[in-house]
Design a protein around this ligand. Structure first.
Ligand SMILES: *Cc1c(COP(=O)(O)O)cnc(C)c1O
Length: 369
């Protein structure tokens, strides 16, 4: 059985480094607001090329507090792509704003930058570019169009730790970027964790206040905030893992290249396209096929676990249906045709070959029937 994702191999390899760190936290009794979070903020900021970072409880909180720090709230319109994870759009609604959905590019699966730029109107306060599956959307073009009009650009980089556009880190183009360190992400914690990063120190100070009941120091409440803090165990795990991220992402690209080669001459299966200017980190390896459900079934019967990202476009979910505005025909169509194949850096070459063989045979069988 080869699942979509397994974490146990990575955790076993890291145990000698991680366990003493965890033991030290247990012994200290300092579980929140200690040195590990501060250390992680500095190290992740340096990794991004000199960003300021606020460590948070998860990626959803990062979206909510990041947007709130920009002043986005009631009556504000935010442009979001329809094919993202629901958290990207839900954060806007939970702050009292409204979402205008735009479509995705059907080959790269990233935000349709032309559609996003065309959708900017008088009520638009921000565009959120979710860099999906390890790819990078054309955030530079969106920033160039948005900034002169006073429109913020937020990068949801929950799936793009270490991805690059023209050699520059995803998450460093817009006004701020949000990260998730959910265990399955390319950089994952041992529980829930997230962060906001920005070149603007004041913005990060605001997020740091919002995550701590509105103040940097205990019982000093400058604004109405919440509890959005990361705990020390998560920060320690992330500090152990961060030095490996580049190697892991490189291995993901190697696996993706092997898949690409295997599928190149196979009709009926199209891997997502990667523009030359993008260094992809393959959080997911997504293919588009005609009969997705049949292929997924055939793979499962042969012990290859695939995933669907995502089964419905966000505006087509019950949470948004009927109230969503915008246009997203490609996102609706692709939700029925995309399949994510097993992808994690610890896959062996034999496992990669086995998955590719099973998928090729599955595509041929579906075509023949
Ligand atoms: C994972 C993810 C989130 C949410 O992060 P959590 O840490 O699970 O709250 C937001 N946006 C995208 C694109 C994600 O993949």
């Amino acid at each position: 059985m080869i699942p979509l994702l397994r974490l146990d191999r990575q955790m076993a390899a890291l145990a000698p480094d991680l366990e003493p760190r965890v033991a030290a936290i247990l012994a200290s009794g300092m579980f929140v607001q200690g040195k590990e979070c501060e250390g992680f903020e500095a190290e992740f900021g340096a990794y991004l090329g000199g960003a300021h970072v606020a460590a948070l409880g998860n990626g959803t909180t990062a979206l909510e507090l990041g947007l709130e720090a920009l002043g986005i709230g009631r009556g504000d319109e935010v442009i979001v792509q329809a094919n993202t994870f629901i958290a990207t759009a839900a954060a806007v609604v939970r702050l009292g704003g409204t979402v205008r959905f735009v479509d995705c590019d059907p080959s790269t699966l990233q935000i349709d930058a032309d559609a996003a730029i065309a959708a900017i109107g008088p009520k638009t306060r921000a565009v959120i570019v979710a860099h999906l599956f390890g790819g990078v959307g054309e955030v530079d073009r969106i920033v160039a169009a948005a900034r002169p009009r006073g429109v913020f650009v937020v990068e949801d980089a929950a799936q793009a730790h270490g991805s690059r556009l023209d050699g520059k880190m995803a998450g460093t183009f817009g006004d701020l970027a949000t990260y998730s360190f959910y265990p399955g992400k390319n950089l994952g914690a041992i529980g829930e964790a997230g962060a906001v990063a920005s070149g603007d120190a004041q913005l990060i100070e605001k997020v740091a206040m919002l995550r701590n009941h509105g103040g940097i120091h205990k019982y000093e409440h400058q604004v109405v905030g919440t509890n959005g803090r990361m705990d020390e165990l998560q920060a320690a795990a992330l500090r152990v893992k961060l030095p490996h991220l580049e190697d892991w992402n490189r291995r993901r690209r190697e696996i993706a290249a092997a898949y690409d080669r295997a599928f190149a001459a196979v009709p009926g299966i199209a891997p997502m396209a990667v523009p030359d200017r993008v260094v992809h980190t393959y959080h997911q390896y997504v293919v588009t096929v005609d009969d997705r459900d049949a292929l997924q079934r055939l793979c499962a019967e042969r012990g290859v676990g695939c995933g669907i990202h995502y089964p419905l476009a966000v505006p087509d979910t019950p949470a948004f249906q009927g109230t969503a505005s915008g246009q997203w025909p490609q996102a609706t169509r692709l939700a029925g045709h995309t399949l994510s194949l097993p992808m994690f850096p610890e896959m062996t070459d034999d496992e990669v070959k086995h998955v590719a063989d099973v998928v090729c045979e599955g595509v041929a069988a579906v075509h023949a029937s």
